[in-house]
Ligand binder design. Sequence first.
Ligand SMILES: *Cc1c(COP(=O)(O)O)cnc(C)c1O
Length: 441
Amino acid sequence: MNDGSNESRVLPDYAPEEAWARAADEADPLRGLRDEFHVPQRPDGSPAVYLCGNSLGLQPRGAAAAVTDELDDWSRLAVDAHFDGKHPWYSYHEPFREPLARLVGASPDEVVAMNGLTVNLHLMLASFFRPTAKRYKILMEECAFPSDTYAAKTQLQYHGFDPEGGVIAIGGAEGESAIATESFEQALERHADEIALVLLGGVNYFTGQVFDMQRIARAARERGCVVGLDLAHAVGNVELGLHDWDVDFAVWCHYKYLNAGPGAVAGCFVHERHARRTDLPRFGGWWGNDPGRRFRMHLEPRFEAQPGADGWQLSNPPILALAPLRASLDLFDRAGMQALRSKSKSLTGYLQYWIERAGDRRIEVRTPPEPAARGCQLSLRVLERPRELFDALTADGIVADYREPDVVRVAPVPLYNTFRDVRRFGRAVCDWAGHTEDREA
Ligand SMILES: *Cc1c(COP(=O)(O)O)cnc(C)c1O
């Protein structure tokens, strides 16, 4: 990632004492944002240490009102809420463009909120995966999210290719989980004339590694490959510059770092240079059609895509599933990605500090140590009895997640997590490791 400029702001002087963590929280310019979220409670009523925002973000307090507004308009106005509602449903998706564009580094016409992530991925592949007999392969990272792998393989099958031979998966060097940028570049050079598409998770869900999306996209485009990104673990986590990086398309979900609720409507980016292309095949639906002619269906039955990402929409948006995103994006705009990223580096650095302090040889951090090569998440590989560590954390009121066979993923999120949260996690790991000197600190 090209965001090394903030590195000097990572707090260098971590300390284990409660007083240190408290002072760090008090000095945090984003500290007020935690109060904008519902934090789950432990049975005794105290707040849980929620370190799972990479899987499902916490509920913004504004989410309920955002949904209630729409329920009220439905009861009050019914069909007329499409045009006369507080937030007219006919154009409901439109105000999302600007804040989403800021998050992913795009212009507003390049982004749209619609469908689910995997649905969007298939829609993008329908337009941008154009395999030929010679050039049909898909380059991916090893250990990509299952849904992405299923999408890639079933698309290959759909086009009549062997799904196994059609995917080139790039892994880390022997014994390493991190994948070097050079490995992608070398594979692109070696297989240039076979690769139709590079499909990359911007941040790998399993290891938490942030790929150098800009460099990989450049190498791919230089060789005439289409570039698509899955930003499920990247959006709201790291700074992005999709337009300038010249990627062809990207998809992401809004229920992880974006806090828009389970199964929330997803996001999609299509680069401006494809905005008005009529030669691309695509699956049409009335919401992607020129809105001026959308209601004249039987009079003007020919599908005419509106320019930009909007032209890939199919259905009218599920208003109730989109409403919470409104509340969440307001908070991102209040905070700003740069400030969030800066705090995130400090928080995750503090997490790393605690794991080193626990000094347990059974725990290996699989996420790269360089702040630019990781976001919020650290993936801990636990070499012995991994489930025991996970259960100990759970018993201590700490919410993390466990991925078979031996990985515990932990993600302090700068919008709502605190240095004290990280410290509580750190002390629980130290207890498990039998390193108890911080217990009374
Ligand atoms: C979370 C995640 C998904 C989930 O897909 P849905 O269609 O939202 O269910 C897909 N890909 C990646 C990389 C993910 O992290």
